[in-house]
Design a protein around this ligand. Structure first.
Ligand code: ATP
Length: 270
C-alpha cells in the first residue's frame, strides 16, 4: 500500500561534496551503481548485469551511511534504509514477512537503493545464530538470500549493506550476486581529514584574522586516527566551547585556543 511505501522510502540530501576523503570508494560506487542506474539501456545492450549488491565495511563513524545516501541522491533514485536490528522489532511485524515486504516496496519504488545498516545483525554467522537464539532466525536469513537471488537485473533495485564487523556476517550473504562487492571504508588520512574539516567548518565564524586554511593546517596533524564522526564532533564541541567562553558576546568565534582546549579535553576523556 502507498502509505507503507511512503513510510519506508526517504529522499536523502547528502551529495558527494558532503563527504570528505574516500575518493576510491566514491569512484567505485559511481562506476558500479550510479552509471548502471543512470544508463540502464546501455548496460542492457552490452549484456552487463546491474543486479549487484555492495558491502561497505569499516569502523563506526567513517561515512558508510553517508556514502549510501549520496549514491541514492546522486543517482536520482529512491532510498530505502533499513536498520539491521529493526528487522526484528515489532514495527515491521513478522521478520520474514518484513523482508518480503521491503523488497516488494523496493521493486515498486524502482529505481531504488535498499540500504541495510548493521548487516551483521540481519545475516549473522551461523555460529552466532546458535548463541543468540531468536535474534535473527535462520528463516529470515533464508528469506533475504532468496530475495537477493531472485532479483532480476532489470528490476533496477540495488542493495547496499554496511557493517563494522565483516567477520560477523554470514559468508553466504557475501557471495557474488548477493553482497558480493566489498568496499573498505577506513578512517581518513591527512588529505581526507582536511576535506572533512573543511566540510564541517563551512560557514563557521573564525576569530579575527584567522583563516579556514590556518585552522585546518593546525588541526590535521593533531587529529590522527580520528574518524569523520569524531571530526564532526570536534567541530560541534568547539562551537559549544566558543559559546561558553564568550557568553556575553552575541557573536562567538572559533580560534586556535578553542580547538586546543577541546582537543585536550578529548584526549583526557579518551
Ligand atoms: P556506523 O558504522 O556507526 O553506522 P558510519 O560509517 O555509517 O557509522 P556515518 O553515519 O556515515 O558513519 O557518519 C556519521 C557522521 O560523521 C556523519 O553524519 C558526518 O557528520 C560525519 N562523517 C563521517 N564520515 C565523514 C566523511 N567522510 N565526510 C564528512 N563527514 C563525515
Amino acid at each position: 500500500p502507498a502509505a507503507m511505501r511512503e513510510s519506508l522510502i526517504t529522499y536523502p540530501r547528502v551529495t558527494w561534496a558532503d563527504i570528505g576523503g574516500l575518493e576510491h570508494v566514491k569512484s567505485r560506487l559511481q562506476d558500479l551503481v550510479e552509471k548502471p542506474l543512470r544508463h540502464p539501456e546501455v548496460f542492457e545492450r552490452i549484456g552487463l548485469s546491474s543486479n549487484l549488491g555492495v558491502l561497505l565495511y569499516g569502523p563506526p563513524g567513517t561515512g558508510k551511511t553517508l556514502l549510501a545516501q549520496a549514491i541514492a541522491r546522486e543517482s536520482g533514485v529512491n532510498f530505502l534504509p533499513i536498520q539491521g536490528p529493526e528487522l526484528f522489532s515489532q514495527w515491521l511485524g513478522e521478520s520474514e514477512e518484513s523482508v518480503r515486504h521491503i523488497f516488494d516496496v523496493a521493486r515498486r519504488a524502482a529505481p531504488c537503493i535498499v540500504f541495510f545498516d548493521q548487516l551483521d545483525a540481519v545475516v549473522p554467522q551461523r555460529s552466532d545464530l546458535e548463541h543468540e537464539g531468536t535474534r535473527a532466525p535462520q528463516r529470515v536469513v533464508n528469506q533475504l538470500l532468496a530475495e537477493l537471488d531472485g532479483m532480476e537485473s532489470r528490476s533496477q533495485v540495488i542493495v547496499i549493506g554496511a557493517t563494522n564487523r565483516m567477520s560477523m556476517v554470514d559468508p553466504a550473504a557475501l557471495r557474488p550476486g548477493r553482497f558480493g562487492v566489498h568496499l573498505h571504508v577506513g578512517p581518513p588520512e591527512e588529505a581526507g581529514r582536511s576535506e572533512i574539516l573543511r566540510i564541517h567548518l563551512a560557514g563557521a565564524a573564525l576569530g579575527d584574522g584567522l583563516t579556514l586554511d590556518e585552522v585546518i593546517a593546525h588541526l590535521v596533524p593533531r587529529t590522527t586516527g580520528l574518524t569523520g564522526a569524531d571530526l564532526a564532533f570536534l567541530v560541534q564541541n568547539a562551537k559549544l566551547a566558543a559559546l561558553d567562553l564568550d557568553q556575553a558576546s552575541p557573536d562567538p568565534r572559533l580560534d586556535i585556543a578553542t580547538f586546543d582546549a577541546v582537543l585536550a579535553e578529548t584526549a583526557r576523556t579518551a
